[in-house]
Design a protein around this ligand. Structure first.
Ligand code: XUL
Ligand code: CO
Length: 433
């Protein structure tokens, strides 16, 4: 036991009227919604990188957090794991996620880094066996170290491609060993700054082959979880290849991977791409590739990825509405890819951030379930498209332009615009949030 969280109590559900700092007012794991426990709907996960590895820097200044486990030794990595599992015990969330670089110190060679990873994975495995949460997903950090500055799979240097592929192999092995339910690839440096030095076609082709290798290896080792790609536009590279869900889907189709790979969709990344979170979720759902979510919130003014904890119930409700409509998570979950602000120095801030976010998500989920049960939104949508259910409309779609022409002439078609009812539908949503 470390004494990092001192006497902060384990968070329990106390109901909406509770005034306790460290209690859930809305997240009640056993509450049933649409035939499923709330915990099983939301499948919360804590992100190792933001909560335990992030030093509190920003582009204008370095570390603000002084955590006793910061440093590059295995002993400190174990202390970090101890603290992580202490936070997990306070929150009681069912999952966590990590990159290799979050949990192990970098070695002075690839082989040493891998040994460090294997050792800490063993240690984390013991802690999980003792009753900790499960692994939602593992991933490789292919963006922080200097060697990845020009990309990992899209690097002009084949040695970096090989190093990246070898790293992913070790991270998939670690994820399999810990019973992870998904493996994530966020293309951190897969993009470019200037076309003047970039062979775009080669880079995309190599990224496609890289992802095929990941899928081949998944089948080779018998990993049953989902492979998830996490789209993000224009950060850190000016042009990121995995811009948004629709772009990644086109990429998957190009490399024959659309039935093998799903999406991990992050709220802040959707905002950066000029979309709403629910747009990205609905797009993925319509393409059959909705996998998991990284829940956070971006500042709407700052224009970069601020990774704040979610605190808007109406926003979150619309996201869970799309997820519930899609049938809920399968192997996916709600990973808090969110960090406390760099001035939030106290251990209590870390705990409170997660508790607040879990409550916001619980309220959003409840609102989403109530909206679905009410049926008003779906009824309005169905009515709006009812014309497409007619035999005539179906015949028209299977015909051609001249068929449409004949239809318009023969029936003297003269379309009459109808209201889209947006404000009435917004009022309807506001009854639930
Ligand atoms: C970066 C980001 C990553 C991925 C995992 O913006 O979201 O933390 O979630 O590499
Ligand atoms: Co993310």
């Amino acid at each position: 036991m470390t004494d990092f969280f001192q006497d902060i109590p384990k968070a329990r559900f106390e109901g909406p009227d509770s005034t306790a700092d460290f209690a859930f007012r809305h997240y009640n794991p056993d509450e049933m919604l649409m035939g499923k426990r709330m915990e099983d709907h939301l499948r919360f996960s804590v992100a190792w990188w933001h909560s335990f590895a992030w030093p509190g820097g920003d582009p204008f200044g370095g570390q603000t957090f002084e955590r006793p486990w910061f440093g590059d030794t295995m002993a400190l990595a174990r202390m970090k794991a101890d603290v992580a599992f202490e936070l997990f015990a306070l929150l009681g969330q069912p999952y966590f996620c990590f990159h290799d670089a979050d949990i192990r110190p970098e070695g002075d060679s690839f082989a040493q880094s891998t040994r460090n990873l294997e050792e800490i994975v063993e240690y984390i495995g013991q802690k999980m066996a003792a009753g900790g949460p499960r692994l939602l997903w593992g991933t490789a950090n292919l963006f922080t170290e200097r060697r990845f500055m020009s990309g990992a799979a899209t690097n002009p240097d084949p040695d970096v491609f090989a190093y990246s592929a070898a790293t992913v192999k070790t991270c998939m092995d670690a994820t399999l060993k810990l019973g992870g339910e998904n493996y994530v690839l966020w293309g951190g440096r897969e993009g470019y700054e200037t076309l003047l030095n970039t062979d775009l076609k080669r880079e995309r082709d190599n990224a496609g082959r890289f992802l095929q290798m990941v899928v081949e290896y998944k089948h080779k080792i018998g990993f049953k979880g989902a492979i998830l790609v996490e789209p993000k536009p224009q950060e850190p590279s000016k042009h990121q290849y995995d811009y948004d869900v629709a772009t990644v889907y086109g990429f998957l189709r190009e490399f024959g991977l659309e039935n093998e790979v799903k999406m991990n969709i992050e709220q802040g990344h959707a905002i950066l791409a000029g979309h709403s979170f629910e747009h990205e979720l609905a797009m993925a759902s319509s393409l059959g590739i909705l996998g998991s979510i990284d829940m956070n919130r971006n500042d709407y003014q700052s224009g970069w990825d601020t990774d704040q904890f979610p605190n808007s119930v109406p926003e979150v409700a619309l996201a869970y509405y799309e997820i519930l409509k899609a049938g809920g998570f399968d192997t996916g979950g709600t990973n808090f890819d969110a960090k406390i602000r760099r001035q939030s120095l106290d251990p209590a801030d870390l705990v409170a951030a997660h508790i607040g976010a879990m409550d916001v998500c619980a309220r959003g989920l409840k609102a989403a379930a109530a909206m679905l049960n009410d049926g008003g939104l779906e009824a309005a949508r169905t009515a709006r498209y009812a014309g497409w259910d007619t035999a005539q409309a179906k015949t028209m779609l299977s015909g051609g332009l001249d068929g449409c022409y004949d239809h318009v002439i023969d029936n003297a078609v003269s379309p009459q615009p109808r209201s889209g009812q947006q404000e009435r539908l917004e009022n309807l949503v506001n009854r639930f949030v």
